[in-house]
Design a protein around this ligand. Structure first.
Ligand code: UDP
Length: 485
């Protein structure tokens, strides 16, 4: 095991579940396909500890080395052991963004340790899109730098362009306005979350995100967790925006990874319950690892669901404005809602963490009401599960757009999580029935999602698949860059 590997890759995801999960999948892919490559994944203590703890029973191969960067959340005004976005209220994510820049000297220490052990610097540094300062580290040590984008191409392009221009601040903008970089893409005002509506050029969100996106073009290569044949338009836009090579290498999925965030466990019960439900009869509902809806939206969603008569599993978190870790209060839902659902045996409310991949893989699951975080989208498409979209922030609005307008695998049922956002019980009831009870739109979505699933499978076919080709072209480009040095 300790035999010398010929090359080393160091992976550095941002401290969020939706980033760490695909980076781990990438680490697994690299170590299985390139046995000569030593693979190290670095992160802050809370995340590394959680991964190490869960390694025993879980899917993280021992060939992936995990290294912890010293980091104290308190020093940056964050709660203790909160170096993961799932542990933070949304408004503090920008503080974690800022704090991540302070990791540079610790990161360079690790790179320098590795260089000493291996007798040469790591050949590759693969960083998150939010950690572009690692480009300087790679230049200093002579490593090939790449950014691994964990969202969709379309979502990333539109999101970056919005922060670059903040077009909604112009007085002459109506409710619907063209994206300055791609005027055929129309943005609706309701697709801009509050922190962005309020942001000006000097706000910390703007400063951080502009700094990151303006440095994309300095990296040597971009790897992205998507599939060429699934995201043609998004990739074309991204290639127009960036000068470097862009290789789609998706879908890279969590192979039932354990929870990074607290509140795991209880998974078996959910699967047992699904075992007793008819095929494709259950709607799975989740807003991801770090977002939630408002109390009044929760009321609308619950009422609409109950009226639809459809079975569901709902992973439910306290509403916007309450402590992330607070106890769930019955008054956030219609009176006796949970008791009624339980008594009827028709539905399950999950407080905490759910084994999402297992749920989506289960034959009883018929559709996914999702916030359209990109990992959730890939997982759903990969399992051939159509979606009801309720995007809440960032790229999620644009992922939902693309899934509905270009792929036809999804229909939007709600939008945003501000007090004035869209959500109403009647729409929820109607859409849920349409998709779950044999409606025409639902049938068409099912047909389309099967096609997308096939395209995703084909991307990994030996010899022919576009994602496999992307990966080998990446290695070829790195070798060519080395020769030029
Ligand atoms: N996830 C899970 N159980 C949960 C909530 C989330 O397994 O109860 C996983 C989900 O499968 C996905 C990731 O966490 O892999 C969430 O990433 P995504 O990009 O969908 O959304 P984010 O949490 O980043 O907003």
């Amino acid at each position: 095991e300790e035999e010398a590997k010929s090359e080393h890759v160091v992976l550095f995801p941002f401290m969020a579940q939706g980033h760490i999960t695909p980076f781990l999948a990438l680490a697994g892919l690299l170590s299985s396909r390139h046995p000569n490559l030593a693979v190290t994944l670095v992160n802050t203590p809370y995340n590394i500890q959680t991964l190490t703890k869960s390694r025993a029973g879980a899917a993280i191969p021992s060939s992936i080395r995990l290294r912890s960067l010293p980091f104290s959340p308190e020093e940056h005004g964050l709660p203790p052991a909160a170096d993961n976005t799932a542990e933070l209220p949304f408004f503090q994510i920008v503080t974690l963004f800022e704090a991540s820049k302070s990791l540079r000297s610790a990161f360079e220490q690790i790179i320098s340790d590795i260089s000493e052990q291996d007798g040469r610097p790591p050949r590759y540094i693969v960083s998150d899109i939010f950690l572009t300062w690692t480009i300087d580290t790679a230049r200093r040590f002579g490593s090939f730098h790449s950014i691994f984008v964990t969202s969709s191409a379309y979502g990333t392009v539109v999101f970056s362009s919005m922060w670059k221009h903040l077009p909604h601040r112009r007085a002459d903008c109506g409710d619907l306005f063209p994206l300055p970089d791609f005027p055929d893409v129309l943005i609706h005002r309701s697709q801009i979350p509050k922190h962005q509506l309020l942001a000006d050029d000097a706000s910390p969100w703007t400063v951080f995100l502009r700094e990151q996106t303006s440095r994309f073009s300095e990296t040597d290569a971009v790897l992205i967790n998507t599939v060429e044949e699934v995201e043609r338009r998004g990739l074309q836009m991204m290639r127009q925006m960036l000068p470097c090579s862009i290789w789609p290498i998706g879908p890279l999925l969590s192979s039932v990874l354990p929870s990074i965030s607290s509140g795991g466990g209880g998974g078996e019960q959910i699967i047992q319950w699904l075992d007793s439900q008819p095929p494709a009869s259950v709607l799975y509902i989740s807003f991801g690892s770090q977002n939630t809806i408002t109390a009044s939206q929760m009321m609308e969603l619950a009422t609409g669901l109950e009226a639809s008569g459809v079975r569901f599993v709902w992973v439910i978190r306290p509403p916007v404005g309450s402590d992330v870790k607070s106890e769930f209060e019955a008054e956030w839902l219609p009176e006796k809602f949970e008791e009624r659902m339980q008594a009827q045996g028709r539905s399950l409310l999950v407080h905490g963490w759910a084994p999402q991949m297992e749920i989506l893989s289960h034959p009883a699951t018929g559709a996914f009401l999702s916030h359209c975080g990109w990992n959730s989208v890939l997982e759903s498409l990969n399992r051939g599960v159509p979606m009801l979209a309720w995007p809440l922030t960032a790229d999620q609005f644009f992922n939902a757009n693309m899934l509905e307008k270009e792929l036809g695998v999804c229909v939007e049922v709600g939008r945003g999580n501000m007090e004035n956002s869209m959500a109403d019980r009647v729409a929820v009831e109607r859409m849920v029935k349409e998709v779950m009870c044999g409606g025409e739109i639902g049938g068409e979505m099912r047909r389309r999602v099967e096609e997308v699933r096939e395209l995703m499978k084909a991307a990994w076919m030996e010899g022919l698949g576009s994602s496999l080709r992307g990966l080998s072209e990446f290695f070829r480009a790195a070798a060519a860059a080395d020769r030029r040095r």
